[in-house]
Design a protein around this ligand. Structure first.
Ligand code: MV4
Length: 449
């Protein structure tokens, strides 16, 4: 049993972890930068340690300072939240050396999934369906051209060190290949210090469907269905829902079984998300995220589980508290990300919150670290809140989202709320008829002159 958990994060996700720990009777330590002395996570935790100056690289990413904060406070475990050090294998390794538990998977699993070629190779061997493409890395332009001919254009060149949309280039025809290949390699070298790339058939109109999995590290694992996160702009999700509007119970059971069996076979421990492109009734693996995701609350809503509590329990060495057959979907949930950004420009707008009122009522959850008078610092992500609604069906969830957005007050900064009011007027959103390109096309058509 953990006595005290250090939360190596800030904002709403730090509160999410503190709340779960407190309900379990576990003490909490916040860490913060000098820019976050007045942040809600510092106030809500039992203890707080300032670990450095405002830039993340000098604070939330500083491994020695975070380990020192654990030793000073006697914390026996770290929850990394999402972002920052949550998928940093060297961090997990360092914690092992200091006998501090990491609430998440092993350094080895993080390393495997962090290298996209190794991740894909692993998934192929585990029987997970993948996008057709090169067998591993593509070291020369000649080989890239050969793969383009073999699989047929369009193809996409991806950095093995990339992920989340960084280091990718599409070649629509053979004429594009040289440029796409060279650019993908050089950008990837500059961004990650690694220029290894692989190539896949480019799917033109897929949806982004991700499967939530959970393992206990002893060969047991379950899936908690899918989330449809297709509504994105520049690889930033804005609207996520579960279950996916286009996924049948039979498809869910099948892809879920494949994913749960895969993570069971590798003795995966903790929460994970297996990302797929979904097109014409087929799933194609793209990446696995070895962390708790921003959008986990929609899964919590429809399954009635506390994923952070479960993360803590399996990290303590307990078996999973639910079996696959215990997990039944109840209703429909939607999350929208409230960012401190202009609309429709999406430019970050930090500043002082002059009024804040969170919506409430049946089926409404607002995860946010905002309060009246808080100043959003300019150094971090623009996410300032997540509004999650849960209702018996999709139509009722959309009505509830509209109602809850009407109650929300965030004054003093611009936010993405007007985006959601506009989206709730769109027939395609109301019917769930969208792909990964829908949002950018819609923004182009509606807002660019
Ligand atoms: C693709 C693809 C089409 N075909 N792979 C973007 C983020 C990274 N996780 C993978 N991505 C894509 N990979 C093949 N073979 C299209 C994308 C993609 C995308 C994927 C999910 C959500 C939004 C996206 C937006 C643009 C491109």
């Amino acid at each position: 049993m953990f006595q005290k958990i250090l939360v190596a994060n800030r904002g709403e996700i730090a509160l999410r972890v503190i709340r779960a720990a407190r309900e379990m009777g576990i003490g909490t330590v916040a860490i913060h930068s000098t820019a976050d002395s007045d942040a809600m996570h510092v106030r809500m935790a039992d203890e707080a340690v300032c670990i450095g100056p405002a830039p993340s690289s000098d604070s939330y990413l500083r491994i020695p300072a975070i380990i020192a904060a654990c030793e000073i406070t006697g914390a026996d475990a770290i929850h990394p939240g999402y972002g920052f050090l949550s998928e940093n294998a060297a961090f997990v390794q360092a914690l092992e050396d200091h006998d501090i538990a990491f609430i998440g998977p092993t350094a080895e699993h993080i390393r495997i999934m962090g290298d996209k070629i190794t991740a894909k190779d692993t998934m192929i061997k585990l029987g997970v369906p993948c996008v057709p493409g090169s067998d591993g890395g593509v070291p020369t332009l000649e080989e890239a051209k050969k793969i383009g001919e073999d699989f047929g254009y369009p193809v996409i060149v991806k950095a093995t060190a990339g992920g989340g949309g960084r280091g990718m280039k599409v070649a629509m025809t053979a004429d594009d290949m040289e440029m796409a290949y060279r650019t993908a390699r050089s950008e990837s070298k500059a961004a990650f210090g690694n220029d290894e790339v692989y190539i896949e058939k480019y799917l033109t109109t897929p949806r982004h469907i991700e499967i939530q999995v959970f393992g206990d590290g002893r060969g047991n694992a379950v899936h908690l269905g899918e989330r449809d996160c297709s509504l994105q702009r520049r690889h930033q999700k804005v609207f996520e829902e579960a279950p996916g509007p286009c996924i049948s119970p039979e498809e869910r059971a099948e892809i879920g079984r494949v994913c749960a069996e895969a993570v069971a076979k590798i003795n995966y421990v903790g929460a994970g998300t297996i990302e797929f492109l979904y097109e014409k009734g087929e799933f194609y693996f793209i990446e696995m995220n070895t962390r708790l995701q921003v959008e986990h609350p929609v899964t919590e809503a429809i399954f009635g589980v506390d994923l952070v509590r479960e993360q803590i329990r399996v990290a303590e060495g307990h078996p999973l508290s639910f079996k696959q057959d215990d997990l039944q979907i109840n209703g429909h949930a939607i999350e929208v990300r409230i960012n401190a950004e202009t609309f429709p420009g999406f430019a970050p707008r930090p500043g002082k919150i002059t009024a804040y009122h969170a919506p409430g009522g049946l089926g409404v959850r607002m995860d946010s670290a905002l309060y009246d008078g808080y100043s959003i610092p300019p150094y971090y992500d623009s996410l300032i809140g997540k509004l999650i609604v849960h209702a018996p069906d999709r139509q009722a969830a959309l009505a509830r989202l509209n109602r809850a957005l009407g109650e929300l007050i965030v004054d003093g900064v611009e936010t993405t709320v007007p985006l959601f009011h506009a989206l709730l007027q769109e027939p395609d959103v109301l019917t769930g008829d969208y792909t990964i390109h829908w949002l950018e096309h819609w923004l182009d058509q509606k807002f660019s002159k």
